[in-house]
Design a protein around this ligand. Structure first.
Ligand SMILES: [Zn+2]
Ligand SMILES: [Zn+2]
Length: 263
């Protein structure tokens, strides 16, 4: 008899940025909730990192995009194309693609370029647009997905995933300081938060370690994982900068790092 699995297993697939790096692949996070597999963002290199995490593209049920910058979304085209190999019908269950408003436009733009190469068998690709002006949510068998707009692009949203046993993980995507993110992450077990640049080099539309720490502290999260490190972050003590504002459990993301919350 199969024992019921609970909690959420999160794997950082890519802790990097648009900058090519052998250590840090572009942005992507995998979550496993029971039998469901959710991918958050799919920057270049995601499919290789997925294989390294013992997961194939056919195992994925959902891909949730935080926004459409290429370092977060570009592997969607090769991923759909690869789904057609060796034949059209190798995907048995639909793949649901979720993102903020603008997803439909993005897909029709991609179809204008790639046509049938990115079409799957009838019903195998489902697209869901979430609100990017206010909070939104969807309910699935194994989990609840909530979203809130964040400070980066017009389509940018952060996600909160809550499993049936109440475990919760929040993924910030890219954002500047965001009250919405604090609210979304309230009392979450885990916050995976971008921390693109060191405190001394804050870039509009992104966070620094101490800003991410302030968000985590005010939200009262159980654990904070900083990710999305530009090379400038290699020259400073990121943990120490984050400690200016946050004293709870803290990890710096590395590719293929696994974090489990819940049972
Ligand atoms: Zn971005
Ligand atoms: Zn980014």
């Amino acid at each position: 008899m199969e024992i019921e699995k609970q909690g959420i297993i999160t794997t950082i697939l890519g802790s990097g940025t648009c900058v090519p790096s052998l250590q840090r692949s572009s942005c992507s996070v995998l979550m496993q909730i029971g039998d469901a597999r959710l991918l958050f963002d799919s920057g270049p290199g995601t499919m290789r990192r997925l294989l390294e995490a013992q997961t194939t593209i056919f195992d994925l049920d959902y891909i949730c995009y935080s926004h459409f910058h290429p370092d977060h979304s570009a592997e969607l085209v090769p991923l759909i194309f690869a789904t057609k190999y060796p034949d059209q019908n190798c995907r048995r269950l639909p793949l649901t693609i979720i993102a903020g408003q603008g997803l439909t436009e993005l897909i029709s733009g991609l179809k204008a370029v790639y046509g049938k190469w990115i079409e799957l068998a009838e019903g195998m690709l489902v697209f869901t647009e979430l609100d990017n002006q206010s909070k939104d949510s969807r309910y699935f068998d194994d989990f609840t997905l909530e979203s809130a707009p964040v400070e980066h692009n017009p389509e940018s949203i952060a996600y909160r995933v809550t499993s049936a046993d109440g475990s919760s993980v929040v993924y910030s995507g890219d954002t500047d300081f965001s009250e919405n993110l604090i609210e979304l992450a309230k009392d979450a077990d885990l916050l995976i938060c971008e921390s693109a640049m060191p405190d001394s080099l804050h870039v509009k539309g992104h966070l620094t370690p101490s800003m991410a720490g302030e968000i985590a502290a005010r939200a009262g999260v159980g654990k904070l994982v900083l990710t999305h490190f530009y090379p400038d972050c290699d020259d400073v003590d990121i943990k120490q900068e984050c400690r200016r504002t946050y004293s709870g459990p803290l990890l710096l993301a590395e590719d293929l790092m696994e974090i489990e919350v819940g049972a």
